[in-house]
Design a protein around this ligand. Sequence first.
Ligand code: ZN
Ligand code: ZN
Length: 457
Amino acid sequence: MRLPVALLAATFLASQASAQSVDVAALRDAALKDEMAWDITEGLTTEVGQRLAGTEAEARARTWAIAKLKAMGFSNPRIEPFDMPVWVRGEETAEIVAPFPQKLVLAALGNSGATPAEGITAEIIGFSSLSELEATDSAKVRGKIVFVDHAMGTTQDGSSYGAFGGARRKGPSIASKKGALAIVIRSIGTDFHRNPHTGVQQWSDGATPIPAAALTLPDAEQLKRILARGKPVRMKLVLTPRNIGTRQSGNVMAEVPGRDPKAGIVLVGCHLDSWDLGTGAIDDAAGCGIVAAAAKRVMDAGKPLRTIRVVWFGAEEVGILGGAAYRDAHKGENHAVLAESDFGADRVYRFDTYVNQSAKPVVGRLAEVLAPIGIAKGNNEARGGSDIGPLAATGVPVIALRQDGTRYFDLHHTPDDTLDKVDRSQLAQNVAAWTAMIATVANVESELGPVGPPRDD
Ligand code: ZN
Ligand code: ZN
């Protein structure tokens, strides 16, 4: 759609005028001293701890969240519950029994099948990549424990997760369909500590669940060296996770009501659940702290034009169930724009958008208010975070404040995802970025859409 120049100019002037009622730069700079995001991150990780989706711990997190959002002064804090199947971790040990007996460190992947309590012992067959496993005859794999290696490296934007994460997401189903007894992968991570990286995988159609786990990077390297000696390698594996049936999860949400209900909703989200190995400080307590602290700062500056809705999604880690439940319940509402913080707590270095060309003046305004805190303008291909993905896929504008992911996959889904990894000054820079972004988009009169569903081309 192309707007006549005169109309564009009028829209721009209108947006300038309303934006001027809020001093965005002053709000941003005050947020550089923010302590609310830290307070939320510290409180949630200390008073609740790990928050595996569908468990009583995640339920306690929802209770905690309601009390916190209420205390911060948000309107109508509430839980929207939904049911989900729940998988819980059991015992998990591995050892090489021949030719060089020794223990290895691993953790089961989400939805892993179980071994008998006494474990299984079988020969290992190693693959340097997922595609090598895919190309191998079932006859060579049948009855063995598959090991899949990969070459994930560190990337600032986290793109290596997409490129190499298939070993976790698809490896178990591929191994199962080829008749493997079990699969162990090199953790999808970038640190050389003996911390396994768990994460979800789903059994694809026709794949029988088998035991599936991630070795730490040092253990994967050790196994590679053992295999390279050329002798048959046998592993004993004990993994006893269980499916405990249907339980409740839920999305927690609250609002800053806007002056004009017809102006649409600015949704800012994160996910409340975490994996069970650490306390989910960077994934994603910090994200919840960032978006709530920023929304509170905008609220305290006066009633915005648009309604700001804070959503702390449930059950993200196990398959984006909260994001799907939110889309199903709210897709009929007018969402002006969606944004999510779910990539740790390190500084924002770039922002991407997914908006109509007619919203260029708003993007320009964002570039102006974000540049002073070191944030560059990126592209117009934002996909958002995972929880907002299902709604974004229906064609809703997205703004992505991209965080520096250089350290993220050292910690992601490991026992080491704990509060001490959060850098307080970088956390505050996030709050400043989010405050400036929310104050801008919640107060411009011009629309950010329409947009079609995002395309991957
Ligand atoms: Zn996350
Ligand atoms: Zn995660």
